[in-house]
Structures are given as structure tokens and as C-alpha cells.
Design a protein around this ligand. Structure first.
Ligand SMILES: Cc1cc2nc3c(=O)[nH]c(=O)nc-3n(C[C@H](O)[C@H](O)[C@H](O)COP(=O)(O)OP(=O)(O)OC[C@H]3O[C@@H](n4cnc5c(N)ncnc54)[C@H](O)[C@@H]3O)c2cc1C
Length: 401
């Protein structure tokens, strides 16, 4: 028998390998990764670190060895043989599996305008190195896309004194994932830091040293970086005939349409209680889905139910969002000494919370908010708005009730 095989050695794949050992699973585990490095974390790639690219390993080679995890770097899985329960590697090797986990993550969306090939991508450590090496010899950078990655990169590059422009097709930056109150505050901060925004406009052409916009404007750009979102890496699953959509489709137990194959992290679109499938692109989601998938592969039957959470750091600001804030939710704002919290109520029930402050200052309030959300409390909005009311007290009274 082949043991368990994991395809993709990013956050989800690597955490799942260790989580499998924590369940007591003692048969072979093979972790296959297309990249050449030891598994590493992506979030530090777009956060400033003494002007250099930060490489934060998820684990050491020794830890992999001690856990009996066979790590195969720099090799791609080229094909899944679902009927034969085997993966075929790009070097021709075939590896049998009892159960398989797909943690293939995502790949950057590509631009399609003339000159698109001049734009650099930003997903991997190697991409980050190329961007930083390129800007070291440059004066100006245009970032196409004002989402989380584009805005983090802008903050990092302003810190290096470059002329930074962001071109965004939507009327506002950060429109997709960040609640509008905090998206506006972060936008203002970028403007104050000197980032040039071109909003509600597309790209006509990327030329040497300029980007030509659809409104005729020319943006100076010795370097152009495309940060226009991520597509789930589902090509293996598609070719193998597994159910796919905006991701590899799984049931709530992270099991795909083949009962021997599971999926987790950025590539997985998970069936929801109320119907439909949802895919998240966040670090914690990758970790927690990996842990649930590992336990289920080892025999548990646990529905994935973690509250979505992500963070972003830009300049000295830290934003954290727990749950899924929606425009129709009732918003309640609480002022903090160095920032603000916003709570989101759906028909009186707390369903999400976001906080923006200096550094990590909102972390404790967000953690307590997550507990309040999990307890499905219906707090008095006046108490939520009052910074004098400790969230711990609300949690205690919710638990007592
Ligand atoms: C620059 C950057 C900054 C980020 N910052 C934040 C942040 O501040 N907060 C936050 O919450 N999230 C952040 N994220 C998102 C977070 O890093 C991802 O959600 C997380 O890494 C997803 O983990 P994953 O394991 O699902 O996918 P990935 O980390 O993408 O790993 C997938 C791996 O699978 C490999 N692979 C794919 N196909 C194959 C194949 N056929 N054979 C072998 N290997 C294969 C890929 O090469 C890759 O190494 C950031 C992401 C980036 C890129």
C-alpha cells in the first residue's frame, strides 16, 4: 500500500503532513512540491523586512525527517490516476496512494493587454526576489491591481523610496475583501505616503518604462507588477475528472468527488451549510483546513467550520477581519486608543468584526470577537460601541446566558 500522498508543499500541504502524524497515522507520507525551497510562508514576502525578502520556513529539513515525512521538492505531479490510486510525477515516477490530499494553492491571474509579458508576477519567494532585485535598479514601479497584495507591495516599495503607482479597474482599492470603512482609511494612508492612484481605469498597453491606460494617461514604470488576483490551481483535478468550479469542489469534510482524495487551502472550494461552495485565500484558512483534512483522512468525520480570518500589514497599520462582513449588516463602531473596531450584526446576531490599528494592537479584541461570533451572541449595540465595556465581560455574560 502507498500510504498518504500530498500534492503541493505550501502552507496547507506542509501543515497537513505534520497534522497527520499528530493523529497517530504511522504509514508513509509523501509531500510533493514544485518549488525548490523548503516549505515556506507566503505572507512575509510582501511585508517589509530590512528591505530584503523574508524567507520564513514552515519547518526545517530535520523536522520533516524526524516526523518521517518524505519531502520531494522541485518536482511536479503531472497527472492523477484516480482509478489506479497513483500520482505520476513530471520525472515519470509513479507513486501509489491510499489517500491523496490536493493542496495545490493558486497561481496569479495573467494580464491580457499588449505588453503583458513585461509585468512581473507575485506569488512565490522567487517572484519576490525578482521584484526586489528589479526595483533596486529602478525609480518607478506600477502595480496593476489595488487588492491586498498590491497594496502591501506598494507600502513596502514606498519604504524603499520608489515612485509607486497603483492602477485599479474598480473605483476604490481593497474593494473585494476589506470592509469599506477600513478600505477607505488604508487608501487615505497610501495617498498620504505618496502612492499615486489611477482608479476606475484599465490598461491599454505595457511599454518599456510606461503603462498606457485606457483613459490615455501614461504612468511611469521602470518595473510593472501584476497583482490582479489568484486563480485556484485545479488543472490536475480537472484533468482527472474530479468535480471542480471555482476550486476543487469538496463536501464539508474536505473530501472531493473521489472518496480517496481530499483538498484544502487556496485550491479548495468547500460545500457550505446553506448551499454552494466557498473558497478562501488566507493563511489561517490554509492551516485550519489542512488540520481538518488530515484528521478526516486518518478516519475522523469532522465538518470544516472555522470562522474566516485574515490580516494585512501596511506601513505601521495592522488590519484584521474575522467572519464575512456584508454591506447589509448593521455596523457598530468602537473607538480604540490607537485604532478602531467595527462589528457587524445580522438581524441582531454578531457575525463578523474588523479592526484597524497600529501594529498588532487590535489582535486581542479580534480574538475575543471571534469567540463572541462562535457563541452566536446578540449583544446590545450600545455595549459594543462603548470601549469601556470589556469584550470579555460580554463573552462571560453570553456564556452564562
Ligand atoms: C505575497 C503574499 C502575501 C500574503 N499575505 C497574506 C496575509 O497577510 N494574510 C493572509 O491571511 N494571507 C496572506 N496570503 C495568502 C496565503 O499565503 C495563502 O492563502 C496560503 O499560502 C495558501 O496556502 P496553500 O498551501 O493553499 O497554497 P500555496 O501556499 O500556494 O501552496 C501551494 C503549493 O503547491 C505547489 N503546487 C501546485 N501544483 C503542484 C503540482 N502539480 N505538483 C507539485 N506541487 C504543486 C505550488 O508550487 C505551491 O508551492 C499571502 C499570499 C501571498 C502570495
Amino acid at each position: 500500500m502507498g500510504g498518504f500522498v500530498i500534492v503541493g508543499a505550501g502552507e496547507a500541504g506542509t501543515r497537513a503532513a505534520f497534522a497527520l502524524r499528530e493523529t497517530g497515522y504511522d504509514k508513509p507520507i509523501k509531500l510533493i512540491g514544485a518549488e525548490t525551497h523548503l516549505p515556506y510562508e507566503r505572507p512575509p514576502l510582501s511585508k517589509p523586512y530590512n528591505g530584503a525578502v523574508a524567507m520564513k520556513a514552515i519547518c526545517s529539513a530535520e523536522a520533516l525527517l524526524n516526523a518521517g515525512i518524505t519531502y520531494l521538492p522541485a518536482v511536479e505531479v503531472a497527472e492523477l490516476d484516480v482509478a489506479g490510486q497513483a500520482v505520476i510525477l513530471s520525472d515519470g515516477q509513479s507513486l501509489a496512494y491510499d489517500k491523496l490530499l490536493l493542496t495545490t494553492g493558486g497561481r496569479p491571474r495573467k494580464l491580457s493587454c499588449p505588453g503583458a509579458g513585461r509585468a512581473l508576477e507575485f506569488r512565490t519567494y522567487d517572484d519576490a526576489k525578482i521584484i526586489l532585485d528589479s526595483v533596486n535598479a529602478s525609480r518607478s514601479v506600477a502595480i496593476i491591481g489595488g487588492g491586498l497584495i498590491g497594496m502591501e507591495l506598494a507600502a513596502m516599495l514606498r519604504g524603499k523610496g520608489l515612485i509607486v503607482s497603483i492602477v485599479e479597474a474598480a473605483p476604490k482599492p481593497l474593494g473585494r475583501a476589506v470592509p469599506s470603512r477600513f478600505a477607505a482609511k488604508m487608501h487615505t494612508r497610501h495617498v498620504d505616503e505618496g502612492v499615486n492612484f489611477h482608479l476606475g481605469v484599465g490598461i491599454s498597453e505595457i511599454r518599456d518604462n510606461t503603462v498606457l491606460l485606457t483613459n490615455g494617461a501614461e504612468v511611469p514604470a521602470d518595473v510593472v507588477v501584476a497583482a490582479v488576483g489568484v486563480q485556484p490551481e485545479i488543472s490536475l483535478a480537472e484533468k482527472a475528472g474530479l468535480a471542480t468550479g471555482n476550486g476543487v469542489l469538496t463536501n464539508p469534510f474536505l473530501q472531493t468527488s473521489d472518496r480517496h482524495i481530499f483538498a484544502a487551502g487556496d485550491c479548495a472550494a468547500v460545500e457550505q451549510h446553506g448551499g454552494g461552495h466557498v473558497r478562501f485565500e488566507s493563511w489561517r484558512n490554509a492551516r485550519s483546513q489542512a488540520q481538518t483534512a488530515a484528521r478526516n483522512m486518518a478516519g475522523a468525520n469532522e465538518a470544516f467550520s472555522a470562522i474566516p480570518w485574515f490580516w494585512t500589514d501596511q506601513y505601521d497599520l495592522g488590519l484584521q477581519v474575522a467572519g464575512l462582513p456584508q454591506p447589509h449588516h448593521q455596523s457598530v463602531v468602537r473607538a480604540l486608543p490607537t485604532g478602531e473596531m467595527e462589528f457587524y450584526l445580522d438581524e441582531g446576531t454578531l457575525v463578523a468584526a474588523a479592526g484597524l490599528g497600529i501594529g498588532n494592537s487590535v489582535a486581542k479584541d479580534i480574538k475575543l470577537s471571534e469567540m463572541l461570533i462562535a457563541a452566536a451572541v446578540s449583544p446590545d449595540p450600545a455595549a459594543l460601541a462603548d470601549a469601556g465595556v470589556n469584550l470579555k465581560t460580554l463573552l462571560k455574560s453570553a456564556k452564562a446566558a
